[in-house]
Unconditional design. Structure first.
Length: 215
């Protein structure tokens, strides 16, 4: 149940709950969202639920198609998603290198080590580790707007619903790029960190675009 501290705050709480369920795929693309069911589940009235859904619609998470539905992702949007990631994560990585939170390096190296043993991981597990790696760097930028925008680009990317599989060589190259980014952040070389982050995402963009060209 959400907090009941005024209609505006209540709608914001409902929005945050629904948004998180969409981001974590508890509500997958195409899922119908019934206002009455959400109201009953969260123990709130329909007004804050409607306000939350309208806000999510404005953010591109839901659409109205004879009712509310979690929006599908158009593969044609992939280039724009990656362009957004390059812009956001590139500068966020620069800021992370400048600020370099105390525990960041060790945590990133731990994730990189797990990803290096990808042969024993499922695609979903490897994707989850990769998402966490990039999320932590953006979080370390200290910019709340970057964090929110990054969540959106990550959601869209992993919900393209296409069988994009990376080869062993591509995964190994990606892991090597991760290590380079970590080294640059640790050295507080903000310019190099940004350059490496942008190049890393651009490489992934090329792989995805090549895969999409076959559909």
């Amino acid at each position: 149940m959400v907090r009941k501290n005024g209609s505006k705050l209540l709608a914001a709480n409902v929005h945050d709950i629904l948004r998180q369920k969409i981001l974590t795929l508890e509500f997958k693309p195409g899922t119908r969202l019934i206002e009455d069911e959400i109201s009953e589940t969260l123990g709130v009235g329909r007004t804050p639920v409607r306000e939350a859904l309208l806000r999510l619609q404005g953010e591109g998470f839901v659409a109205r198609e004879k009712g509310w539905v979690v929006d599908e992702i158009d593969p044609a949007d992939a280039p724009m998603l990656f362009e957004s990631r390059i812009a956001i994560e590139g500068y966020a990585t620069r800021l992370a290198a400048k600020r370099r939170p105390y525990t960041l390096i060790a945590t990133l190296r731990g994730l990189a080590e797990k990803m290096s043993n990808f042969s024993g991981l499922s695609r979903a597990e490897l994707n989850a580790l990769d998402r966490e790696f990039h999320r932590l760097i953006v979080e370390a930028s200290g910019n709340a707007f970057f964090i929110e925008m990054h969540e959106r680009t990550q959601y869209n990317y992993w919900n393209l619903r296409l069988p994009i599989l990376f080869t062993r060589e591509q995964v190994e190259a990606s892991n090597a790029q991760h290590l380079g980014i970590i080294d640059a952040i640790e050295a507080q070389d903000d310019q190099l960190a940004e350059e490496l982050a942008r190049a890393h995402i651009a490489t992934t963009m090329t792989i995805v675009q090549d895969a999409l060209s076959g559909f």
